[in-house]
Design a protein around this ligand. Structure first.
Ligand SMILES: Nc1ncnc2c1ncn2[C@@H]1O[C@H](COP(=O)(O)OP(=O)(O)O)[C@@H](O)[C@H]1O
Ligand SMILES: CC(C)(COP(=O)(O)O)[C@@H](O)C(=O)NCCC(=O)O
Ligand SMILES: [K+]
Length: 259
């Protein structure tokens, strides 16, 4: 079985691929202080609760938090007796190289989303990922990542507003029925929700204008389904997109070494 790990700035998601399907997915807060032993205790408990035998033979990691990778490597070495494939490292190959400014490091999550999106939809694609940051990845006709957009994430913006304004509480993001809020919480929720709907629609419009061709738009990340309710800009919402990309990249690299 393959263990796929997607570490974002807020959450780290572990999924187990049995060769045909993901048989389990678990989430923990991203924290570089979490040790290999802590990961394993947590993971093995959840696995035994689901009755999953621990025959993990391969691990692939995408991490937007570089410091987390060290302990994840120790986890693989100590408990799964394998060397993980880490997206973005020189020994992890991608089907198509990104075309960006020389010296730029593209977030591994964005590279993985590109591979997954291209596999499912073909080229000329925009992938919107609602994470700690809201990112837009532009995928060329041949599957290359050619750049995109990084905007503050929905919860990141809410937190910044709460921190900066003495009288504004922390609120949870939901879809308000109306744009006009009649109390403070409703006003903030409207600003965030309809503000992000406008941000996504505006950026997609701008990208399409620059590319001057039809482009599909797919959304992923924890908050994608909520925002999908307020716009018809998305052709699909795919919560498993990053995990799907990790499986593809793992297979691609395995095929290269056995070829
Ligand atoms: N289903 C959900 N409902 C509400 N908030 C969510 C949900 N899933 C994720 N979030 C929030 O969205 C933000 C981004 O989460 P996530 O996609 O895990 O980010 P990252 O990949 O950057 O770690 C976080 O603040 C998280 O708490
Ligand atoms: C933009 C990101 C912070 C998004 O990370 P996330 O919201 O998934 O935690 C991450 O992809 C990153 O650190 N990127 C490096 C710069 C770039 O992609 O151009
Ligand atoms: K992400």
């Amino acid at each position: 079985m393959i263990l796929c790990i997607d570490c974002g700035n807020t959450n780290t998601v572990f999924s187990i691929w049995n060769g045909d399907a993901f048989i389990a997915t678990w989430r923990t807060a991203s924290d570089h202080r979490q040790t290999a032993d802590q990961y394993y205790t947590w993971l093995s408990t959840l696995m035994s609760l689901k009755g999953i035998q621990a025959d993990i033979s391969e691990v692939i990691i995408s991490s937007t938090v570089p410091r987390v990778v060290f302990n994840l490597r120790v986890l693989c070495d100590r408990y799964f007796n394998c060397r993980p494939l880490v997206v973005g490292k020189p020994d992890c190959h991608l089907p198509v190289a990104p075309r960006v400014d020389q010296g730029t490091t593209v977030g591994p999550d964005r590279l993985v989303n590109t591979v997954a999106g291209y596999d499912r939809h073909g080229g000329d694609l925009i992938v919107v990922d609602f994470g700690t940051a809201t990112t837009f990845d532009v995928v060329d006709h041949d599957g290359a990542y050619i750049g995109g957009v990084i905007a503050p994430g929905v919860n990141t913006s809410l937190e910044a507003l709460h921190m900066a304004a003495a009288a504004l509480p922390h609120v949870d993001v939901t879809k308000p029925q109306t744009a006009i809020g009649t109390n403070t919480v409703a006003c903030i929720q409207s600003g965030i929700y309809w503000g992000y709907v406008g941000l996504v629609e505006g950026i997609v419009r701008q990208i399409r204008q620059e590319r001057d061709r039809p482009m599909s738009v797919i959304a992923t990340g924890g908050l994608a389904p909520l925002f999908d309710q307020g716009t018809d800009i998305f052709d699909s919402v795919e919560e498993d997109l990053t995990m799907h990309g990790l499986v593809l990249i793992n297979r691609y690299n395995r095929d290269l070494t056995t070829a």
